[in-house]
Design a protein around this ligand. Structure first.
Ligand SMILES: Nc1ncnc2c1ncn2[C@@H]1O[C@H](COP(=O)(O)OP(=O)(O)OP(=O)(O)O)[C@@H](O)[C@H]1O
Ligand SMILES: [Mg+2]
Length: 150
């Protein structure tokens, strides 16, 4: 689908946020600056508003690899794995070894091979127009139930 503007991206992220629950995982795939963090920011801010919390800053976890957000009973782990170049480094992070229920949103997930049940893969691409993006969504598990919603 074509994302026509930032507003449109915002609308899509809201529709997705409604269905997010513990243990979900979203992979964000696409070139530098295409909008992965922007999508995540909208999504997290929607969840915060939904739970009557003030929207916070959502900055890129490029250097820290991970930013965490506590949204009442939901915990969001926002990863940026751009700097991770080896599977060994990925293993050290133990992204999927925690026993807690957390929602994981992962930029640059290329090295991850762990099979995940309720995964959503979002592919973003540039278009000629600066404010537009091409978005492809690949659904796994429960996300197949929401095919016509976004
Ligand atoms: N329709 C759109 N969707 C997403 N981003 C857009 C759109 N139109 C313009 N932008 C702009 O593109 C930029 C996207 O930057 P962002 O940091 O989100 O990219 P990123 O994919 O996370 O990059 P990186 O790989 O460096 O982490 C922002 O400045 C945003 O405002
Ligand atoms: Mg980013």
């Amino acid at each position: 689908m074509i994302v026509k503007s930032l507003d449109h991206l915002n609308t899509i992220s809201k529709k997705i946020s409604i269905h997010l629950s513990k243990k979900d995982c979203i992979f964000l795939i696409g070139e530098i600056g295409v909008g992965k963090t922007t999508f995540t920011r909208h999504l997290i801010n929607h969840l915060q508003k939904e739970k009557d919390l003030k929207p916070t800053e959502v900055l890129s976890p490029t250097f820290n690899l991970l930013h965490e957000y506590d949204i009442k009973n939901l915990k969001i782990m926002h990863y940026d794995l751009y700097r991770i170049k080896e599977t060994k480094e990925l293993d050290y992070l133990g992204i999927f070894s925690d026993e807690t229920d957390t929602i994981k949103i992962i930029e640059w997930p290329d090295l991850i091979k762990t099979p995940l049940e309720d995964k959503l893969e979002i592919y973003l691409d540039y278009r000629k127009s600066e404010k537009e993006r091409e978005m492809k969504i690949v659904r796994f598990g429960k996300w197949k139930n929401f095919k016509n919603e976004f």
